[in-house]
Design a protein around this ligand. Structure first.
Ligand SMILES: NC(=O)c1ccc[n+]([C@@H]2O[C@H](COP(=O)([O-])OP(=O)(O)OC[C@H]3O[C@@H](n4cnc5c(N)ncnc54)[C@H](OP(=O)(O)O)[C@@H]3O)[C@@H](O)[C@H]2O)c1
Length: 233
């Protein structure tokens, strides 16, 4: 169902975005991927046969230039985020503002700038912290909750374009690349053991849901929590 469709994945050089771009490409779509680090983006695009457009979602001009380069699209996905958080009372305002600037305002800018064809879709990515808060991450939970509300609002305002959101649980992607390897492995193993499915997620698990949003013409204003059962434990 995606053969010949134009798909733009903002945040497509890594993790969930790269998995989405790769599966969409295999399904016959014409895929554009966008993110900041031009070298990493180019390598990812070459690997999967996509077109790379270096973009920073914190900059209005950069997002406008992305959609001038792509032209009208059938499906747009936003996975871009760089999260800077810490204890609520002491985390620097600069860090929490930067988190919102990328994750929330970035999605907002993409939604405003993208020209999506009628019947096409926009998919945003929130995260389990919106409803399962953890210490030291209030700003991430708030950004995720705001994205979920934005999804519902845009599903009305951008119709007939469909707008949906997937909220991942713990997914093993390069988002934790800055963590020491042993601590990262230990954290993921503990998380896996606590889940009914017995494992943490992969980028592909979330990508499959994003593709389902693209191809299911009845899906709009939907938020899918995909977390290996974390919400029922
Ligand atoms: N992995 C998880 O456990 C998990 C759980 C819940 C929610 N999520 C959410 O899922 C989404 C994707 O996460 P992921 O795990 O796939 O992360 P990831 O592997 O770190 O990928 C993030 C992507 O976003 C791009 N990006 C970051 N800031 C950007 C900016 N300002 N402009 C343009 N591109 C930008 C990165 O490339 P550059 O750095 O080169 O720009 C990269 O391509 C995020 O919204 C994340 O919060 C993830």
């Amino acid at each position: 169902m995606l053969a010949g469709k134009k798909i733009v994945v903002v945040g497509g050089s890594s993790g969930i975005g790269l998995a989405t771009a790769e599966i969409a490409k295999r399904a016959g779509a014409d895929v554009f991927i966008a993110s900041r680090n031009a070298e990493r983006l180019k390598a990812a695009a070459e690997k999967i046969g996509a077109t790379a457009v270096a973009t920073d979602v914190t900059q209005d001009d950069s997002v406008a230039a992305l959609f001038r380069a792509t032209g009208p699209a059938d499906h747009v996905v936003v996975t871009a985020a760089q999260l800077r958080t810490g204890p609520f009372k002491t985390v620097a305002m600069e860090d929490v503002r930067a988190t919102l600037e990328g994750k929330f305002w970035g999605a907002w800018r993409v939604a405003r700038a993208a020209e999506i064809r009628a019947g096409g879709s926009l998919t945003l990515v929130s995260g389990f912290l919106s409803i399962r808060p953890r210490p030291n991450s209030a700003i991430v939970g708030a950004a995720n909750g705001a994205l979920e509300s934005l999804t519902r609002g845009l599903a009305l305002e951008l119709a007939p374009v469909r707008v949906n959101c997937v909220s991942p649980g713990i997914i093993d992607t390069p988002i934790r690349a800055a963590m020491p390897e042993a601590a990262r492995k230990e954290m993921l193993a503990k998380a896996a053991a606590a889940l009914p499915v017995g494992r943490v997620g992969l980028g592909e698990d979330i990508a499959q849901q994003i593709l389902a949003f693209m191809t299911n013409g009845f899906a709009t204003g939907s938020i899918v929590y995909l977390d290996g059962g974390a919400l029922v434990t």
